[in-house]
Ligand binder design. Sequence first.
Ligand code: AMP
Ligand code: ZN
Length: 497
Amino acid sequence: MALYEHQSLKIYNSISGEKEIFQPLTEGYIGMYVCGPTVYSNVHLGNCRTFISFDLVFRYLKHLGYKVRYVRNITDAGHLENDGEEGEDRIAKKAKLMEIEPMEVVQKYSVDFHQILEKFNNLPPSIEPTATGHIIEQIETIKTIIDKGLAYEVDGNVYFDVMKYHESQHYGKLSGRKIEDLISNTRELSGQTDKKNPQDFALWKKAEPQHIMRWTSPWGVGFPGWHLECTVMSSKYLGEQFDIHGGGMDLKFPHHECEIAQGQASNGKDPVNYWMHANMLTLNGKKMSKSTGNNILPRELFTGENENLSKSYTPPVVRFFMLQANYRSILDFSDEALAAAEKGFNKLMESLTTLETIKASDSSDFDVSAWKDKCYEAMNDDFNSPILIAHLFEAVKQINLAKAGKLNLNQQSIDVLITTMKDFIFEVMGLEDPGENSKTTGSTNDFEELIQFLIDMRSHARLNKDFDTSDKIRDKLLDMNVELKDGKTGTTFQIHS
Ligand code: AMP
Ligand code: ZN
């Protein structure tokens, strides 16, 4: 029986403003779409927070036994400088500045994005589609919306007709914006535009001669509007209706509001059942952002080279720092908070080692089963990682008491503690043990060289019929999870995690 069958997961749905019992469209399967990065510069720590928040969601859903198709796009065209309808394409602008092809910009920063997320131990999504790879599908969707009478063309531009849509649907249902306010807010901008109404948004934009990212379409040479790609790629890979759509809070309006309108207009259905929005990482009280320069790059944290830092921090510590806050709360970055997170993280890791050394008693003074239930309750309550972490620290306290001989734990309790702690720390929260890390990354070569040296010594001992020494070497290595295998061509080794 999958775990989810006897768990009741609640998700805070941004559209209802309430925590709702999660019910997937198809039992056992989940479709999840998260807006990915616009790859025109290095991913900053704020972006990482959002992607780590959704990695936690992805990991927990998988842990519960769901089969999850996780789609996260790469925006490589159509995202203009001011998020709105005007300005240069962010990628094209960077390409001009760097005097390289737009696709070189895309490649450079997509690689950076993947490298950084891998450092944070984020799982890759199931599909990572790009906007430029789906121009044909975007053109088809525009045609459908025009045919439904909800979009119109003016001189090579195609706009979504917000007022027409609002006659039968509610534009603003996600963001809570009122159409009257939108009209009055955009009135002063209406001078230059060829839109029927200033709140209409572009599905297709005509490319001016200097605009280098351009494609042919039934409306002339141009490029798709930013909001369209997510509608097209989510419906292509997850269907016209799917379970979860995520992104940063700042995308609620206009991006996600427009996605609902586009989905409704083209398919007659609300595309998403549960909207999830992750809150912002701030620096000095202000949102971290690429455009204002108020940000920290993950690499600066890993090397400590930033004026806001007293030292460097490892990726798991930074990840732990982020998970100590609820994904729906604002989190302010500070060196002190990171240093505190580092202490907490180290304590958690130490407790795992301690746990392995505890001698079992006949009885148990700690109700491990109730504790385990509380861990699941925390995660089932809208992925409440800070509460989960508090429960893990409750276990740390009990483990330390047991170690000091002040509390009894029987073998069964110890076993449950070990599996539950490991499940939540490694599998669900995606934290990596730096000890494990150093075996597989940084010092792999040193470690393996040392093993080889010991193997050579053992062979030498065996040649001299000193079997006592050779056995000692083999057993010691086994204690360190290194298994030796003697074959015809010599001795090989395998490192077990
Ligand atoms: P962008 O590359 O600007 O399209 O952003 C990629 C993702 O990062 C989006 O989901 C944004 O909402 C999110 N994001 C941007 N800035 C922050 C921040 N300071 N804190 C958390 N998430 C952010
Ligand atoms: Zn999107």
